[in-house]
Design a protein around this ligand. Structure first.
Ligand SMILES: Cc1cc2nc3c(=O)[nH]c(=O)nc-3n(C[C@H](O)[C@H](O)[C@H](O)COP(=O)(O)O)c2cc1C
Length: 370
């Protein structure tokens, strides 16, 4: 790249002589907000031969304190880092690297250094220098850590006690601790319903976090796709009955599928629970399974609820987007269910979608290929 400025538009016009060119580059490097150092690998221990003002501002070292030294002084005693080994290897192999490592300012303060090192070649392609660009990402790392702590609090301090509250209330509801009068039962049911909602919300948040971090693992095995339909119908029977909605299945000719059954149940449960939530008393919600081709299984949840306007449909699978109606908000939900469903289906390599007509119900479907 060096000696070849053809890619820079109007460069020749802009920079007329060598001196001006040097001045331009010098000013640009001096004014950059990132720390920049240049080292000389032809000298013992690859010392710094140039550092810009931003490097001094970042580290607290004046140029005269660092010129002639190897950059490792920023690590102090903290050298047991994979990044240091990676850098050593990249410099030896003379290849570029971007990595993050712990460094220390002159006053001892730790900072997270997002460091990019590139070899600099001369006109004949020989590596004559290295350029290192330092970016202080301490505040980003700190906020990522705070987010991490927040999820850990949700998982341990919130989910664990909530699940024992839920367990205790469910046991009372099932009269495991003896019969209770109808007035107490009414209160217990309120507790069970609300703790279930809260558990679902917490699980959705934690699932979403895992999906975003790419840590959501599928447990693939072969099963009959009618099985998850049946278990969702059992799980949602009480919810459907209490809304006087009939929940049925329609099992068309099909074949086995290889997928994560629990996750397929999660998606179907989410779609069917939504359908029940938006259905009027006396109406029907149907879960259908079919095989449109020898390698495709298609699940569909069909309702005769209010339907979805076409301009609202693209919002549906986006996280924290509930459709824009006070009626929708009243129905509750984390706003994550459909986004999680989409992510799970896509993790299987499948597709998810919806067809709907306002006033004439909706059909949410997804397909898994094997
Ligand atoms: C151009 C350049 C810039 C570097 N900048 C830094 C830096 O900002 N912080 C740091 O800890 N190491 C930096 N290093 C890495 C160290 O100089 C050294 O290569 C690393 O510690 C691995 O080698 P060692 O195990 O011999 O110390 C830089 C290296 C080069 C070539």
């Amino acid at each position: 790249m060096q000696g070849d400025h053809k890619h820079i538009r109007n460069f020749d016009e802009f920079v007329k002589g060598k001196d001006e060119q040097l001045q331009l580059l010098f000013r640009a490097v001096e004014c950059a907000r990132n720390g920049i150092v240049i080292t000389d690998p032809s000298r013992t221990d690859n010392p710094i031969i140039y550092s810009n003002p931003a490097f001094s501002a970042l580290t607290g070292y004046a140029p005269e304190q660092i010129i002639g030294r190897n950059c490792r002084f920023l690590q102090r005693d903290d050298r047991e880092q994979a990044a240091v080994r990676e850098i050593k290897e990249a410099v030896l192999k003379e290849i570029p690297i971007t990595t993050v490592l712990r460094n220390y300012k002159r006053n001892g303060t730790l900072f997270w250094n997002e460091l990019t090192i590139s070899p600099v070649k001369n006109d004949s392609g020989q590596i004559v220098n290295f350029i290192g660009i330092q970016n202080d990402i301490t505040s980003r790392i700190d906020s990522e850590r705070r987010v991490q702590e927040f999820y850990s609090v949700i998982s341990h301090e919130l989910r664990t006690p909530l699940s024992s509250i839920h367990g205790a209330l469910t046991a009372i509801e099932e009269c495991s601790a003896g019969r209770i009068n109808s007035q107490v039962m009414r209160l217990v049911r309120i507790g069970v319903d609300n703790s279930t909602r809260l558990m679902r919300l917490i699980n959705d948040i934690l699932d979403w976090k895992k999906l975003e971090a790419g840590k959501f693992k599928l447990n693939l095995r072969e099963f009959d796709p009618a099985d998850p339909v049946e278990s969702v119908i059992n799980e949602l029977r009480i919810a459907a009955e209490s809304k006087q909605v009939t929940l049925t299945s329609e099992i068309m000719p099909h074949h086995n599928v290889v997928a994560d059954q629990d996750r397929i149940i999660q998606v179907l449960n989410n779609l069917a629970a939504n359908a029940i939530k938006f259905s009027a008393p006396g109406s029907l919600v149907k879960i259908r399974v079919e095989a449109p081709s020898s390698d495709t299984i298609r699940f569909a949840v069909i309702d005769s609820g209010p339907g979805i306007a076409s301009d609202q449909m693209e919002k549906l699978f986006v996280r924290f987007q509930q459709l824009d109606s006070s009626d929708t908000r009243k129905k509750g939900g984390s706003g994550l269910g459909l986004a999680i469903s989409k992510a799970i289906v896509e993790l299987h390599g499948g597709n998810i979608g919806v067809t709907s007509t306002l006033g004439d119900g909706s059909k949410f479907w997804f397909e898994i290929f094997s």
